[in-house]
Structure formats: C-alpha cells, structure tokens
Design a protein around this ligand. Structure first.
Ligand code: PHE
Length: 339
C-alpha cells in the first residue's frame, strides 16, 4: 500500500508538471484528491490494514495529500500569473504610434478677406446690411438712376426672372433698400453675391461678390470719402499704401471716381502684379447722386453721402497673389489648403 501511495504521488506530480492551463490543473486535482479520486480510494481501504500499519500509512497519506495540495496551489498561482502576463501582452498599447488625425476644414480665401474687410469697416463704426440676390429691376437699376435703355445696362447684362425681376448685377441696390428704411446718419457696408451674364475666364465669372459701402449724413464731402478709403487701404494692404482717385462715371454717383492703391508688391515702382503701372484699381466710388437720395426720400438739400463698391474676388486675388479667378470656385483641396 505504501508503494501504491508513492506511485500515486509520482504520477500526480508528473501530471501537475505537464499542466498548461487552469482547467487541466483542476482535472488533475479531481483525479487524485477528489471524492472519487485515486488517493481517496486508497484511504478508503485503510480499514483492511493492521493496527500497526494504519498510523504509518495514515501519516504518509496525509503527507502526500498535503504535498499535492501545496503543489497544486503553487502551480495554480504560476498558471494565473502566466495567463495575466499573456493578457497584458495582447492588450499592449503602443503610445508612440502616430494618432489618427481628424482633418479640420478651414476658411475659403474669399471668406478670409471678407472677414478682414468687415473687421476694418466695423472698426470705423459701420454696420453690416444685406439685401436679396433676386432683385427688382427698380432697385438694381431704376432707383440708381439707370433707366431702361440706359447704356450702363449693356455692361451689366444679367439673368432675368421676369421682365422686372432679375439676379442683381451689383450690391448697390442695398443702398436704396437701406435709405428707404432708415433716415441718416447711415454708415453701412453690404457684402454679397452678384451676377452678370459674362463668360468664364481668368478674370470673369457669372457669379462673383461685391462689397458695397454707403455713408450719408449732414456735411459729408469727397474728403470724407478719400479719408475713409485711405484708412481702409492702409489697414488692408499696409501702412505705406497710398491711394489715388481717378475721375470716372457711375450713373448713381456724382462726382464719381475709381480708386487705385499703390502696388503692394513693388511699392509703386512697377512690376508684373501692377502691369508696370505702380497702381492697382480696387474699387469704384463717388458722392451719392442727389436724384438717388430723392428716390429714397432723403433730402439732398440737407444730407449728402458717399458710396463705394469693390469686388471681393479682385481683392482676394491681389491679397494672395492668385492669378486665376476660376481657382476660387473649383473646390480643389490642393489649392484651397494653401490659405
Ligand atoms: N456698383 C458699381 C459697380 O458694380 C460700383 C460702385 C458702387 C460705384 C458704389 C460707385 C458707388 O461697378
């Protein structure tokens, strides 16, 4: 019986050693130490032993049981540790790997420049007004002193919804809408989309943007116009910028002018940007025509004002040295991500 017990101890330890996982280990425990286990079976036969043999065998059996229990719990600890190790290894995170970047969009160059222009004029006390893109012939032309058959309509051909309703060709109708609603003092700019039936090329598009300006109050003169636009040009293109007023004609301003800025690339010496002229035209302006004031119920004997209008695309092209207008409408990320 002693021999049998020793064999069981050897076999059990050997099997324990070969266990690679906890369920296997539990099977070994049941096989030897369980109620129907091999060691238990031997102990059940103790009754057959003589009175001298019984304590000796009993002690040996207890020793073996204790030894096996200890070996099982040691092996169990070892297997648990190994399992944890494996789990940690599998879940390892490499914090040095590059992260997934969320691509953030950014402002379109036209929006960048528009916001700059808005900031500059708001800083001078201007409000921002807006008007409809689908406009009445009356506001777009008639009230601006451009009657039917006026030659100025030729250069501003547009898309007609009906005979008297059209896509506005300029932001100037907002002048009329503002003056109809509000008595002076008036100080607004009005950015927005305008339309002309022009063919697309590097400098033309049937849809583009203008920024209108209007100031009406008592005692407003051409000097105010010049001072205001000079401050604007210096803020947008730098302190050294000069402006020049050239006589021009618009039906709704009198006198009228076009405003040039000294070339911000060469400072006025002449370069490809300013086509060697040293000056770049950026807007049209003038003193609001008395007829226009009257059309809106503003008394030209009491009030005077100036107005100006500029093309946002032009400003933007100069600001970022963009040589083709079409780039701004093509949604090409390679182009847009540069600004
Ligand atoms: N509306 C004119 C244009 O589109 C620009 C302008 C606005 C001129 C205001 C004078 C005063 O050409």
């Amino acid at each position: 019986m002693k021999q049998q017990l020793e064999q069981i101890r050897q076999a059990a330890l050997c099997e324990l050693d070969g266990c690679a996982a906890l369920p296997e280990l539990d099977a070994v425990r049941v096989k030897y130490l369980g109620k129907k286990g091999e060691l238990t079976a031997i102990l059940k036969q103790m009754g057959k032993l003589s009175a001298e043999e019984r304590p000796v065998i009993g002690q040996l059996a207890n020793e073996i049981r204790a030894g096996l229990e200890e070996a099982i719990s040691a092996k169990s600890e070892q297997l648990k540790a190994a399992e944890l190790e494996k789990k940690l290894e599998n879940e390892k995170i490499d914090v040095t790997l590059p992260s997934k970047k969320n691509a953030l969009g950014h402002k379109h160059p036209l929006s960048v420049v528009l916001e700059e222009v808005e900031d500059i004029f708001m800083g001078m006390g201007f409000d921002i007004a807006s008007g409809p893109e689908v406009e009445w012939d009356y506001y777009n032309f008639e009230a601006l002193n451009i009657p039917k058959e006026h030659p100025a309509r030729d250069t501003q051909d547009t898309f007609y919804i009906t005979e008297n309703m059209l896509l506005r060709t300029q932001t100037s109708p907002v002048q009329i809408r503002v003056m109809e609603k509000q008595q002076p003092p008036i100080r607004i700019i009005s950015p927005g989309r305008v339309f002309r039936s022009d063919a697309v090329d590097a400098t033309h598009s049937p849809l583009f943007h203008q920024i209108e300006g209007l100031v009406v109050d008592k005692g407003i003169t051409m000097a105010d116009l010049k001072g205001c636009l000079e401050s604007f040009a210096k803020r947008l293109y730098g302190e050294d910028t000069k402006i020049r007023l050239r006589p021009h004609h618009f039906p709704f301003t009198e006198p009228s002018c076009e405003v040039d800025v000294s070339c911000f690339r060469c400072g006025g010496k002449g370069c490809p940007m300013c086509k060697n002229e040293g000056w770049i035209e950026i807007l049209g302006a003038g003193m609001v025509h008395p007829k226009v004031l009257k059309n809106c119920g503003v008394d030209p004997e009491v009030y005077s004002g100036f107005a100006f209008g500029m093309g946002l695309e032009r400003l933007t092209m100069f600001r970022f040295s963009i040589d083709d207008l079409r780039l701004m409408y093509e949604n090409d990320m390679k182009f847009l991500s540069q600004f």
